[in-house]
Design a protein around this ligand. Structure first.
Ligand code: NAD
Ligand code: UD1
Length: 310
């Protein structure tokens, strides 16, 4: 039976995707090294096999190709942190770029029934010099290694699509939030950190003045985008922003979360973070053209996040 491979499936976004695929009756294999993912994110389900391993492990990939008939690959495994990539660019290059090139080359050459290879790229590929809202065709210049690593993978996928027929699609996620985003590291997504601070009654440090903006997109909308990109024939060979088109400053979002939670957060301000983008918001016309719509307002998404935290 045709199967779906989800790399990074024990992580925040990957585990929500796995839930959706299983609910749709698909058979799923997760490949994850559990460096930031957690076993508790995954259900005990007869349609799910969990493989602990590294996407850079060629022998393991060969075994997986022998054992399974994958028709769809969602590649989400990565070190998903802009700040970490500035601190240790060689480590993130190895996982984010080398790991992705290895996996994509393996998929092109070892999976004869493959219909789609969906890559979790990032808005960080644009950098801060682009116009906002940003379109996929706008020329990007990443401000941090992480964005360059993702942009480089996109170029490799275009090459593999042209030369080896890889049915690749790139999904450029903006700032994804929702339940299961791990708040435990200073590199974690900001809304997971804010929510935890509010819950535990601890102070939250805003990097800079808090006027930096982001396009915060709820995780269920991202999962719907991924399943749309895997299903729609017109998506093959394309690159798609996955955001909402709504720009919100960090302070606005913190205020809204306080109002949803009915609690006040103690805030302090520190220096701006190196490599931080000032404004970020997606033009999502292309993805809307495939029939996808972001369903959650920021208030609804924060309400769901807060409910899951309590
Ligand atoms: P996450 O850290 O929760 O998930 C990443 C998963 O990959 C983890 O389960 C981790 O254990 C696994 N992993 C890391 N290195 C691995 C390796 N070498 N081999 C196998 N597994 C490995 O992060 P997330 O927020 O769920 O991000 C998922 C994907 O989406 C990443 O590719 C990330 O770059 C991308 N992305 C995320 C956001 C966001 O806002 N969260 C935005 C843009 C892009
Ligand atoms: C995030 C993603 C990255 C993705 C990018 C796409 C995470 C960890 N990173 O990066 O994978 O490619 O979106 O747009 O999900 N901040 C604070 N205080 C804190 C933590 C953060 O003020 O304690 C600020 C940051 O300085 C930044 C903003 O909040 O201005 C968002 O930070 P973060 O959640 O780390 O996301 P990005 O760097 O935008």
């Amino acid at each position: 039976m045709a199967e779906v491979l989800v790399t990074g499936g024990a992580g925040f976004i990957g585990s929500h995707l796995v839930d959706a695929l299983l609910a749709d009756g698909r058979t799923v294999v997760v490949l994850d090294d559990f460096s930031t993912g957690h076993a508790e994110n995954l259900p005990d389900h007869p349609g799910l096999r969990v493989v602990r391993g590294d996407v850079r492990d060629a022998a393991l990939l060969a075994e997986l190709a022998e054992a399974h008939a994958f028709e769809e690959v969602h590649h989400l495994a990565a070190i998903a942190s802009v700040a970490r990539s500035i601190e240790d660019p060689v480590a993130t290059l190895s996982v984010n770029t080398e790991g992705s090139v290895r996996l994509a080359t393996w998929a092109a050459r070892s999976l004869p029934g493959l219909k789609r290879f969906v890559f979790a790229s990032s808005a960080a590929t644009y950098g801060s010099e682009v116009r906002v809202p940003t379109r996929e065709s706008d020329p990007g210049r990443p401000d941090a290694p992480y964005g360059l690593e993702k942009a480089t993978v996109e170029r490799y996928l275009e090459l593999l699509a042209r030369t080896e027929g890889l049915p690749a699609v790139c999904a450029r996620f903006f700032n994804v939030y929702g339940p299961r985003q791990d708040p435990s590291s200073p590199y974690s997504g900001v809304l997971s950190i804010v929510t935890r601070a509010l819950h535990d009654g601890r102070p939250f440090t805003v990097h800079g003045d808090g006027g930096q903006t982001r396009d915060f997109v709820y995780v269920a909308d991202v999962v719907a985008a991924l399943t749309t990109l895997a299903r729609q024939p017109d998506a093959v060979g394309g690159t798609f922003n996955v955001g909402t088109g709504r720009e919100a400053s960090l302070l606005e979002v913190v205020d809204l979360l306080e109002s949803v939670a009915g609690r006040e957060l103690e805030r302090t301000h520190g220096p701006p973070r190196a490599g931080d983008i000032r404004r970020s918001v997606a033009d999502v016309t292309a993805l809307r053209g495939l029939g996808w719509r972001p369903e959650r307002s920021l208030r609804d998404g924060l309400t769901a996040l807060w409910a899951a935290t309590c």
